[in-house]
Ligand binder design. Structure first.
Ligand code: S3P
Length: 438
């Protein structure tokens, strides 16, 4: 269903709010709880379309999941070998994480599965998971070129591999580790650059022996997962839009409570601080075993930076937000080493460049990044029509940018914001942003 937004300047952003639960952790929590022995309770579960799609798939595979209230799930685990095949295709919706991790989880089952997704997911590369899983003995067919739908054939036994991942991708790493639960021997994944480690730490929380240090993880097949309760912290990637919004809108002072600050996720904090942002971590604590804090952000005058390429994996979902911060920085911001952005929910380099240009920002695109020529803290964007390309993060980034525009910015195709940030429009209005459907 088409949904467009009209975004325009609101007031200084103020409030004391929570962002929805972490998407990556929610996917993993429901998957591991499903194949654990016993009953797990998940609180703070993201009520987004992506994570609900994963839960619905697990229900189709025979797992009983109760939802006593919003953000709560009680998962009656069926054990490692307790899933049952489904005759229907399993619909992952817009979720790359859902599809790639399920591919690993389903590769070693005694039944066939078909994984499908929406138009965007159907264009995303799956060879990156199919190839290592095939080396483990899995049999997965894709559409020519390695695209969904994926047909996973029954395989009762997989072989462990020692895998050096050519892409810095937590999804690829996780798919191989999940298949490794069903493999004979020690499965090892080595990464070119460390990526988010939620699969590793959550496997440990469910009692599976696993060795992991940044950039390397290994585990053996033949153990069992034991039910546990998981508390999901707020999603840093959702908080990112509000951090940038409050940084660029003069007079803002915003408190975001209980946000996950795993170092593999907070590259944007480092980048924004290097640009001069005023963001403090208050009441640091652990939520569900993960580092979390309340983030207090006040507006600040930003300066352009050359982003160190090694920061890219730690902020891989935050580039749309960074591009907006860069648009209001003094001088140029140079992004490189981020070619992966071209194969996300949309081509995020092309999509952000086109949208910012339409609003009056000079952006020079490169194959793996861009140079954004900032307008400075007093800069104003012009009214424009921009296209989110159906990408939730582009839609939210443009809505933030429009807070410093003269006139209305019309943003096309925003329905997918519900995949990761249900209630964004309401929360945005509550803190003072100008944003409505239309
Ligand atoms: C995710 C990993 C990242 C990220 C995605 C979620 C995960 O993808 O972009 O939104 O939960 O593992 P890649 O691993 O493909 O970089």
């Amino acid at each position: 269903m088409a949904l467009d937004w009209q975004a325009s300047q609101g007031r200084a952003l103020r409030g004391d709010v929570r962002v929805p639960g972490d998407k990556s952790i929610s996917h993993r929590a429901v998957m591991l709880a499903a194949i654990a022995d016993g009953t797990s309770r998940i609180s703070g579960f993201l009520e987004g379309e992506d994570t609900r799609a994963t839960a619905a798939i697990l229900q189709r595979l025979g797992v009983r999941i109760e939802a006593p209230s919003a953000g709560e799930r009680i998962v009656h685990g069926v054990g490692l070998r307790g899933l049952r095949g489904s005759d229907d295709a399993l619909d992952c919706g817009n979720a790359g994480t859902g599809m790639r991790l399920l591919c690993g989880l389903l590769a070693g089952q005694g039944f066939d599965s078909v994984l499908v997704g929406d138009a965007s997911l159907s264009r995303r590369p799956m060879a990156r998971v199919i190839d290592p899983l095939a080396r483990m003995g899995a049999s997965i067919e894709a559409v020519e070129g390695g695209f969904p739908p994926l047909r996973i054939h029954a395989k009762n036994k997989l072989q462990a591999i020692d895998f050096r991942s050519p892409v810095a991708s937590a999804q690829v790493k996780s798919a191989v580790l999940l298949a490794g639960l069903y493999a004979e021997g020690t499965t090892r994944v080595r990464e070119t650059q460390p990526t988010r480690d939620y699969t590793e730490s959550m496997l440990a929380a469910f009692g599976w022996p696993i060795r992991h240090v940044p950039g390397e993880a290994s585990l053996e097949g033949g153990h069992r997962l034991h039910a546990t309760d998981i508390v999901v912290p707020g999603d840093f990637s959702s908080a990112a839009f509000l951090l940038v919004a409050a940084s660029i809108v003069p007079g803002s002072d915003l408190l975001l409570r209980g946000v996950g600050i795993n170092p593999r996720r907070t590259g944007l904090l480092a980048a924004l601080r290097a640009m001069g942002a005023d963001i403090r971590e208050e009441s640091p604590r652990r939520l569900g075993g993960e580092p979390a804090a309340d983030l207090r952000v006040r507006s600040a005058r930003l300066s352009g930076i050359t982003l160190p390429a090694m920061l890219a994996p730690d902020m891989i979902d935050e580039f749309p937000a960074l591009f907006v911060a860069a648009a209001f920085a003094e001088g140029a911001t140079v992004v490189s080493g981020a070619a992966e952005l071209r194969v996300k929910e949309s081509d995020r380099i092309a999509g952000m460049s086109a949208g910012l240009r339409a609003m009056g920002v000079r952006v020079d695109e490169t194959p793996d990044g861009a140079t954004i020529h900032g307008l400075g803290a007093d800069g104003r964007l012009r009214a424009a029509e921009v296209d989110s390309l159906g990408d939730h993060r582009l839609a939210m980034a443009f809505a933030v940018a429009a807070q410093c525009a003269d006139g209305e910015v019309r943003i096309a195709d925003c329905a997918n914001v519900a995949t990761s940030f249900p209630g964004f429009t309401r929360l945005a209005n509550e803190i003072g942003m100008g944003l409505r459907d239309g």
